[in-house]
Design a protein around this ligand. Structure first.
Ligand code: F6P
Length: 359
């Protein structure tokens, strides 16, 4: 009996999805020889709901190590709506289970972030054989020291900061660069460090705008004509930190606050009189070819998933723990977020070289 392995990519894409898919496929063909069939599921969980599946050929996985995006397509299918029957009258969980059965799958591999892992756990609880693989530029999946996609995004964001340095220097300006990361500040922290940002602003450390302004003024009065602030998309100030999420959203809408970077830039310019500009690289951080680091990590993760399949070990999420590729129970990963701890060594290192977090 051939093993039939379904693979889907869900949520926001990132570099390294194809490298991971390739790693899984090559390791499975190598290990199980002709006794395996890989089924590509289109557009994440939506494809599982709609039975959009395709039997893949081994050649489909050639030449994709270096390509960005995902050969299967991806979609955001929010976990909170998974159990809600919408206007289309589709019971999503029932449909996903039906596709799994109709496609005669022995297991399902889900490549994605926190939301993807929550649904993976739900399907595992429903009796399907599921393995999660940790993808996200945000690096915020619990239980793994690193996710694939993160280091490529760090490289891209670092390049952005490098380029901003030269133009900021020429014009003697404050440059605020907004880096993706709505909940967790890992990407901003790492790119800020690698790019030599003067200030790093992350959601885990609420900022005081007066302190950020003072740090810019201090640099200006020391003869440093420019400053670079690396600001996470989800950053908020000390006042907003006292509010609940919904309250904060309402407050922002009423105050006409658009983005964290625009707001910080306007306030710094008003406080200091220093000319300020904003740069938002946005989805560029998720595009293009994965870095060498991510190609290797993705391949290791893919190979480990094949190992778990060989052991019939399901209900797990692949992870890097210490310097080893391992796994955690899906139920332990689902519903948690890995935030930057305030006492993280990287935060301390940044502080030790005079980087301000605005706190
Ligand atoms: O989770 C990855 C991420 O890139 C976040 O950093 C960002 O907040 C979000 O996705 C953007 O999502 P979308 O691609 O749906 O705009």
């Amino acid at each position: 009996m051939k093993r039939r392995i379904g693979i889907l990519t869900s949520g926001g894409d990132c570099p390294g999805l194809n490298a991971t898919i390739r790693g899984v496929a090559k390791a499975c063909y190598e290990r199980f020889d002709n006794d395996v069939e890989i089924i590509g599921i289109q557009d994440g969980y939506q494809g599982l709901i709609d039975n959009q599946c395709k039997l893949m050929n081994p050649s489909d996985f050639s030449g994709i190590l270096t390509t960005g995006g995902t050969i299967f397509g991806t979609k955001r299918t929010p976990f909170k709506l998974m159990k809600v029957v919408g206007d289309d009258n589709v019971d999503k969980v029932k449909s996903m289970k039906k596709t799994y059965k109709d496609q005669k799958l022995d297991c399902l591999l889900t490549l994605g972030g926190n939301g993807t892992h929550k649904t993976a756990n739900l399907l595992s609880e429903e009796g399907l054989n599921v393995i999660g693989l940790p993808k996200t530029i945000d690096n915020d999946i619990w239980g793994t020291s690193v996710t694939f996609g993160f280091h490529t995004a760090v490289d891209i964001a670092t390049d952005v900061i490098d380029r901003l340095h030269t133009t900021a220097n020429s014009h003697g300006r404050i440059l605020v660069v907004e880096i993706m990361g709505n909940k967790a500040g890992w990407l901003t922290l790492y790119a800020g460090m690698a790019g030599g940002a003067d200030m790093i602003v992350i959601p885990e450390i609420p900022y005081d705008i007066e302190k950020l302004s003072a740090a810019c003024e201090k640099r200006a009065s020391a003869g440093k004509g420019f400053s670079i602030l690396a600001v996470a998309e989800g950053a908020f100030d000390t006042e907003e930190a006292k509010m609940k999420k919904k309250e904060r959203a309402k407050y922002r809408a009423e105050a006409g606050i658009t983005t964290a970077s625009n707001r910080i830039a306007k306030q710094i310019e008003a406080n200091t009189g220093l000319e300020t500009r904003v740069c938002v690289p946005g989805h560029m951080l998720r595009g293009g070819s994965p870095s060498a680091y991510d190609r290797i990590l993705a391949t290791q993760f893919g190979v480990h998933a094949a190992e778990l399949i060989a052991q019939n070990k399901y209900g797990y999420a692949v992870a890097k723990i210490g310097d080893r590729i391992s796994e955690n129970k899906l139920e332990d990963v689902a519903g948690k977020t890995k935030f930057v701890p305030e006492d993280d060594q990287m935060v301390k290192t940044a502080r030790d070289i005079g980087i301000s977090f605005g706190d």
